[in-house]
Design a protein around this ligand. Sequence first.
Ligand SMILES: [Fe+2]
Length: 246
Amino acid sequence: MFNLFHRKKNKVRLPYHTDVHSHILPGVDHGSQDVQQSLEMLRAELEMGIDRVICTSHVTAETFENTSKSLTEAGKVLQKAIEEVELPIEIQVSAEYRIDEYWSKLYAAGDILPMPGGYLLLENSFQQELLELDELLFDVQLKGYRPILAHPERYSYYSRRRGRLEQLHNAGVKFQINILSLTGYFGAGARDTVLWLIKHGMVDFLGSDMHNVEHAHIIQDYLRTRDWRKQFAQIGENRLLNDNVR
Ligand SMILES: [Fe+2]
């Protein structure tokens, strides 16, 4: 009993201050559904030592056809609530763009919200890699953006062709892995790929990708484990770019 109580009180902090992947904006995707949930998630971020959150809500064809306007509006609502309850946390509105026909439309129209520093969080299809992915990533970089591939470990088609991940990374794409993948939350395959990425020095960003406060609690529990300390030592604090997003 005492141990449980003690563990709850003893929060472990992440070694950086910026979460670059989160679904905390209220009511724009299947993450936070309202402002109260968003505030609860932000409090969990603060407990982990995060005081800057890049809000990367889904932007996907048909399911979540958000625009810069809809996301900015949700950001304003959340910002107001943060000020009302005086949470010492900063939010920035960006997005997690699924590379699909809707993205192509927004990109062509210039209707996108990069993170500070020009970083763009891009998500592949979970079924198969897009045929023109190389061209697209090249064009994005040519325009001065810095593409970050969201959770490369979660695309099962790469687990059989990890050389392709190496190729993408060598082409200048940064990799953001989910801490949840390290916990085994997305299955053994995703965890294996994360371990492989760590071993090969290809982890540039860590992200919570939290959709709800339960995700935050799973991460908080994991941060107390020996496995986290071991994996983090291998990733290397100095190579993480989380706090460079500014
Ligand atoms: Fe996400």
